[in-house]
Design a protein. Structure first.
Length: 83
């Protein structure tokens, strides 16, 4: 019975040390997690921009270019042909 009362405070101290060590490891890895999250947000914005540019280019390239009906009142001609 005497041994049981002597070991209990020692076990509590070991548990406390393990808890402090685990919390320290988590706190050391927190900046890395934050930087990874911000980088993934930046990559998502980049991918969204690339997707927008690709869709705009697809729309531009799908326009029907009629070299026989260029309207000079619209400004500079996009496509000129030599007869």
């Amino acid at each position: 019975m005497i041994k049981h009362t002597l070991f209990r405070p020692a076990i509590a101290m070991i548990e406390l040390i393990f808890a402090i060590v685990i919390m320290g490891i988590v706190m050391m890895s927190a900046p890395m997690l934050v930087s990874t999250a911000s980088k993934s947000g930046f990559v998502a914005i980049q991918q969204e921009g690339i997707s927008e540019v690709a869709s705009q280019l697809n729309m531009i390239l799908s326009y029907a270019w009629d070299e026989n009906n260029a309207d000079p009142t619209l400004g500079q001609m996009i496509l000129t042909t030599n007869p």
